[in-house]
Design a protein. Structure first.
Length: 150
């Protein structure tokens, strides 16, 4: 029973990772925004995470690879705007590197490198899986902690 719970419960990790961004926005705007205003964002994020996991499950048929690649894809998606805002003013040899035409292929190649490395390296897969189990939960707890304090 516990083994099945761990096996199927671990599929919640990407969903919880996807809920982090809407919850963080909600907590940051808590006095002005009610929880009823956040339901749609939470639902869309959770649905997108399940869809992403479905695609990766069809590709890999491996629970841990599916979870790790889903979390990586979700992290890239939600961090793209922040990353773009940081690098949009960077210049290298007179060329503005902070443009979508450079940033998208860079992130795509990093994601594909991650994918190949995770697929080929069993030990790294287990280590990253253990890390994400802890990191996602801690991340969510820290994102909703300010609500408890108010």
């Amino acid at each position: 029973m516990l083994k099945k719970l761990e096996q199927y419960g671990s599929f919640l990790l990407p969903v919880l990772a996807a809920l982090f961004s809407p919850l963080t926005l909600f907590v940051g705007n808590y006095p002005d925004v009610g929880i009823e205003d956040v339901y749609r964002s939470l639902w869309i994020s959770a649905s997108a995470a399940v869809s992403i996991m479905g695609v990766f499950w069809i590709i890999f048929r491996d629970r841990i690879q599916t979870i790790l690649t889903s979390i990586a894809a979700i992290a890239i998606f939600f961090s793209y705007g922040h990353l773009y805002r940081v690098v949009k003013t960077w210049n290298v040899v007179g060329i503005s590197v902070g443009r979508h035409q450079y940033l998208l292929p860079l992130l795509a190649s990093l994601f594909l490198s991650w994918l190949v490395w995770i697929c080929r390296n069993q030990k790294a897969r287990q280590n990253w899986y253990a890390f994400f189990q802890v990191a996602v939960i801690i991340h969510l707890l820290f994102s909703v902690e300010p609500l408890r304090l108010t």
